[in-house]
Design a protein around this ligand. Structure first.
Ligand code: NAD
Ligand code: MG
Ligand code: MG
Ligand code: MG
Ligand code: MG
Ligand code: MG
Length: 333
């Protein structure tokens, strides 16, 4: 089995007493910043004026303009939206970093697809938590963690991998396990996972199930509970103990249905489509489309987003969740 690093395997001395600048205070940014601070590191936030900056100040952080914040940083972690990173890097980060400091990312996209070309006199590494930022923070507070990948793209100090591992431990990931990867592997597997399985695959599966039931005349509320709400309960069982734990917990009737009907829905044809999705990621087709979409101010992204918002599953879900206050929306907490 591949080497998995835990807290006891990681020497955090390389990062002790160092200044960490987190650029951005969104989903990942607030979690990295707060977890590193609670782990004893000095953290400064680099941001433009706005809502995020206000939040960071409310949370007790020193907030500076990006160019100022990176000047004396030993590690600059870039947690801006991927599509804004190239511009902010060129305008505010590149010329302001100290030689021999480290430029870090939570996703390899911009380095791997050459949208950020790093200076040659800095370390470049990634620490990519394998979970949403809000869980990176919540699990840390619960003395647990979200696993992470680390990878080194450029090592001028000879210590880049050690700094990356110490950083991963600082955000709490080494409680759950930290694995080494490359920028290429992290970028391609992350994009594939979110497109084919975690986000794109799941939303399409849920919507198709919901539509199949409602088009057959069943109540939308029942379809919502069956195809969306209950998914969390099933996924929790998988998270805790794999497919076998989930199958142990469900009835044998459900398990038999899983065996005979699952492969009728997600089949060899689906897998062939997944391979196409992967090829588009690997050969840069997906990256090019997303970069151009942003340059055009997102006409397609916005149109699809508006149409998705009008889908009956969105509307019925709002009404039902209002009646289940305990469900809450964790991202707004
Ligand atoms: P986000 O959209 O939640 O937050 C981005 C932050 O950057 C906000 O604070 C925003 O105000 C700030 N910002 C945007 N444009 C800016 C600019 N021009 N100048 C200064 N500040 C600016 O982003 P995110 O989802 O946390 O993603 C950050 C990185 O983490 C990305 O590389 C992403 O791929 C990676 N990542 C995200 C997740 C996740 O859970 N969302 C998981 C793993 C990796
Ligand atoms: Mg987001
Ligand atoms: Mg991911
Ligand atoms: Mg991703
Ligand atoms: Mg059932
Ligand atoms: Mg069972």
């Amino acid at each position: 089995m591949v080497k998995v690093y835990y807290d006891q395997d990681i020497n955090s001395e390389v990062l002790q007493g160092k200044k960490v600048t987190i650029v951005g205070y969104g989903s990942q940014g607030h979690a990295h910043a707060q977890n590193l601070r609670d782990s004893g590191y000095e953290v400064v936030i680099g941001l433009r004026e706005g809502k995020s900056a206000e939040r960071a100040k409310e949370d007790g952080f020193e907030v500076k303009a990006v160019a100022e914040a990176v000047k004396d940083a030993d590690v600059t972690m870039v947690l801006l939206p991927d599509e804004n990173q190239p511009q902010v890097y060129v305008e505010s980060i590149k010329e302001n970093m100290k030689p021999n400091s480290a430029l870090a990312f939570a996703h390899g996209f911009n380095i791997h697809f050459s949208q950020v070309v790093p200076r040659e006199d800095v370390d470049v590494f990634l620490v990519a938590p394998k979970g949403p930022g809000h869980l990176v923070r919540r699990t840390y507070e619960e003395e647990a963690g979200v696993p992470a990948l680390f990878g080194v793209y450029q090592d001028v100090t000879g210590k880049a991998a050690d700094i990356a591992k110490a950083y991963a431990a600082g955000v709490g990931a080494a409680r759950a396990g930290v694995l080494e990867t490359s920028f290429q592997e992290e970028t391609e597997t992350d994009l594939f996972g979110e497109q084919a399985v975690l986000c794109g695959g799941v939303t399409s599966l849920v919507k198709s199930g919901f539509e199949t039931l409602t088009e057959a005349g069943y109540q939308p509320e029942v379809a919502y509970f069956e195809c969306l709400h209950e998914l969390k309960l099933i996924v929790d069982l998988m998270y805790e103990g794999g497919l076998e734990n989930m199958r142990y917990s469900i009835s044998d009737t459900a398990q038999w249905g899983d065996f005979v009907s699952g492969p009728r829905v997600v089949n060899d044809e689906t897998k062939a489509r997944m391979k196409e999705v992967l090829t588009d990621i690997q050969d840069g087709t997906f990256a090019k489309g997303w970069i151009l979409e942003n340059q055009a101010n997102r006409p397609q992204f916005n149109a699809i987003n508006a149409a998705e918002y009008k889908h009956p599953i969105t509307q019925v879900g709002k009404d039902l969740r209002a009646l289940m206050p305990f469900v809450g929306e964790s991202v707004n907490k």
